[in-house]
Design a protein. Structure first.
Length: 388
């Protein structure tokens, strides 16, 4: 099927932009779900999720336990076909990309090129002086107070006029350069897409290398991630999971290629596959990419939820979240964007991992009921991961 370049309906575009706005809330843990009873029960829960009004056209969960990989899925990879979602299908991983920028930054800390207490004033003196005291640590755990560029009216106006607009990714913070910090650095938690743009810029300043090159050398090559990329445009590599705006009673609308990746860059622009994302999150959650001393700093948590909230109780570390479920703890990250919602999680020893990908955007702001149901199902899968 050819890539669509036709403009979206204005109402749909406005709805997607509204859904992308981050509430910065930490919802209460989801209500405990029934314990799963093997693959049949897990499969039933996926089928029910796809059948839910406003639910995703497709879902795929990949569980890795030691040397064994299990794939469960429901629905289709593309509406109008019978093709099921596959572990090698490309997809937008949205804010799960923040774990990748965290891996790059912490890798540079491990090498002595960056320090967690390095400030924006020291590393990026061209940014507003009022932001100067913000540290890398505060950027990584979303306690920086940086205003979110993706909420800026000028940024949204550009996207509304031209969803394929090619932004200069390294200038995204210019959209909020005239704004003060939302709070004193380190005094509160507020999820902000600006944080990981600044993280990538600090990594570039410290290393003298482009962020895309750092991704390859610090993360992709060591882990063998051959189907992971950080594009600038709107196209997706084939084959890909098609993402949809689902607004019953209207038919799902394909929004896979509605937005380009240049406007999210290090905060959410990565394209990957369930297979590659599972490899990454297992290594990242298990601490394989950094030394124990840096990992100990990473696993210092504050109250705060990922966006959208993951299963169970959410707490924020340095570019990683702790999800405490009724069955135990996993580390990981979530993400959502037009057409996609992601959960990637791994056990603290890195031996088990879970990716849970659905092909519509779910957020606390736009569809809280569906998010609660999604977190409920995700918790069952975490229990299967930990107990299987």
């Amino acid at each position: 099927m050819p890539l669509s370049t036709s403009p979206a309906r204005p109402r749909l575009l406005l709805a997607l932009l509204a859904a992308a706005a981050l509430a910065g809330l930490a919802p209460a843990p989801a209500q405990a779900a029934r314990p799963p009873h093997g693959d049949g029960e897990l499969q039933r829960r996926l089928d029910e999720l796809v059948a839910t009004a406003g639910g995703p056209p497709g879902v795929i969960a990949v569980l890795r336990r030691g040397g064994r990989t299990e794939v469960l899925r429901s629905g289709v990879a593309e509406v109008g076909t019978a093709r099921p979602p596959r572990p090698t299908d490309h997809m937008r991983i949205a804010s799960a990309a923040k774990a990748f920028s965290g891996a790059v930054a912490l890798g540079l800390v491990d090498r002595g090129l960056l320090g967690l207490d390095d400030t924006l004033a020291e590393r990026l003196p061209g940014l507003p002086a009022a932001w100067g005291a913000v540290t890398l640590r505060q950027l990584l755990n979303h306690t920086s107070g940086l205003p979110d560029y993706s909420d800026a009216p000028a940024f949204r106006e550009i996207l509304q006029a031209d969803p394929h607009h090619l932004f200069e990714s390294r200038c995204l913070l210019d959209f909020v350069a005239g704004q003060p910090l939302n709070f004193a650095p380190g005094s509160a938690y507020r999820y902000s897409n600006s944080d990981n743009i600044a993280v990538a810029l600090m990594a570039e300043a410290a290393s003298g290398e482009r962020y895309e090159d750092l991704l390859r050398t610090v993360v992709q090559r060591p882990l063998g991630l051959r189907r992971t990329s950080l594009p600038q445009g709107y196209r997706l590599p084939e084959p890909y999971l098609h993402g949809y705006a689902v607004q019953p009673p209207e038919a799902p609308e394909d929004v896979s290629t509605l937005f380009g990746a240049s406007g999210s860059w290090a905060s959410g622009g990565i394209v990957s596959t369930p297979e590659d994302l599972g490899t990454f999150i297992g290594a990242y959650a298990g601490g394989r990419l950094i030394a124990p001393a840096v990992r100990a700093q990473q696993l210092t948590f504050v109250d705060g939820a990922s966006e959208p909230a993951g299963p169970g109780r959410n707490e924020a570390g340095l570019a990683i979240f702790r999800y405490t479920t009724r069955c135990g703890v996993v580390y990981g990250h979530t993400g959502n964007t037009a057409g996609y919602t992601q959960l990637a999680a791994g056990t603290p020893d890195g031996r088990r991992s879970l990716t849970f990908s659905i092909t519509t955007q779910v957020s606390e702001r736009s569809n809280p009921g569906l998010l609660a149901r999604l977190r409920d199902v995700q918790e069952d899968f975490v229990c299967a991961l930990l107990g299987g």
